[in-house]
Design a protein around this ligand. Structure first.
Ligand code: GUN
Length: 294
């Protein structure tokens, strides 16, 4: 079997077309959804992520409020800015780009964001609601993965899902979302990590396999069964002298070999990445809708 390659970019474009209409409706009600993006320091990867998020906002008509702070910003200054955005009626969503410089306390920063404006879904109130199955802002990467599965008509209910990686950003929230007693969930989920005894024994059982560890070739063809659906969340730079930049991006999965056994597979780049950015727009529009009382 050769896999169908999931086109995350195309699905993201379809969703953005839906969002443009929703934003136009909100504007008619006198509300322009607004997203405050806060970046501390000058990490080039973070700068490029933030620039792309702001471009996405403009594309669908969301007001993007750009806040780039020097690396020496203090905890107090950062919290003061978040509190200003918490009060600002033009702002419906607040995103603090992670990772923060080492001298800043990340969990205290995330706690300072008004949970009603927490479009990253990282505030413990939103995490708690998600775990309990209540309505909450869902973290963008796992939510994007669920959307990719739904829009490719993958049956999630009853599926054996194996997630490799237990990060707060992807593995843990995705596992929680997929075990809910709800449509497009109801899966049997296994979470594997660095202390898993026999990784391949688990991955071979997967109907849906999610790799989110950040290591090249973590999943090879001998570790998957025929017909598996593979979601590759890894973004790894490897040297490539044929590229102007000197590198190219690859995922955690040995794509060329695994695609010969899978039924569906996401590429890197162009799979999960565009969906993460799209779900941020979704959460920002939802925040604005809640602000106007729908
Ligand atoms: N850094 C890497 N991914 C993310 C994300 O989804 N949100 C934020 N705020 N920072 C990130």
């Amino acid at each position: 079997m050769t896999a169908k390659i999931i086109d995350g970019k195309q699905i993201a474009e379809e969703m953005k077309a839906e969002f443009r209409e929703q934003v136009a409706k909100l504007k008619k009600k006198g509300v322009t959804p607004g997203l405050a993006v806060i970046l501390v320091g000058d990490d080039p990867a973070s700068q490029s992520y933030v620039t792309s998020k702001e471009r996405d906002c403009e594309e669908v008509g969301i007001y993007s409020d750009d806040n780039r702070l020097p690396a020496e910003t203090t905890q107090k200054e950062l919290i003061a800015l978040i509190e200003e955005k918490n009060k600002d009626p033009k702002i419906h969503g607040i995103l603090v780009q992670l990772p923060l410089p080492k001298h800043l306390n990340e969990s205290e920063v995330l706690l300072a964001i008004n949970p009603d404006k927490d479009v990253d879904g990282f505030h413990p109130i939103n995490t708690g609601k998600m775990v309990s199955g209540e309505k909450a802002f869902l973290p963008c990467t796992p939510h994007g993965i669920v959307q990719l599965l739904i829009r490719n008509k993958v049956t999630i209910e009853g599926a054996d899902v194996v997630i490799v990686g237990r990060s707060n950003l992807v593995g843990k929230p995705l596992a929680n979302m997929l075990i809910q007693k709800k449509p497009n969930a109801n899966a049997t989920v296994t979470v594997c990590h660095t202390h898993t005894k026999n990784l391949a024994a688990h991955t071979k059982r997967a109907d849906i396999l999610v790799a989110a560890v950040g290591r090249v070739n973590t999943i090879t063809a001998d570790m998957v069964k025929d017909g598996v659906v593979v979601i590759d969340v890894g973004v790894n730079r490897i040297d490539d002298s044929s590229k102007k930049s000197g590198y190219r991006l690859v995922g955690d999965v040995d794509f060329d070999a695994v695609k010969e056994k899978a039924s569906l597979i996401t590429p890197v780049p162009g799979g999960v990445g565009p969906m993460t950015r799209t779900m941020l727009l979704y959460n920002t529009i939802e925040a604005a809708k809640a602000f106007v009382g729908r």
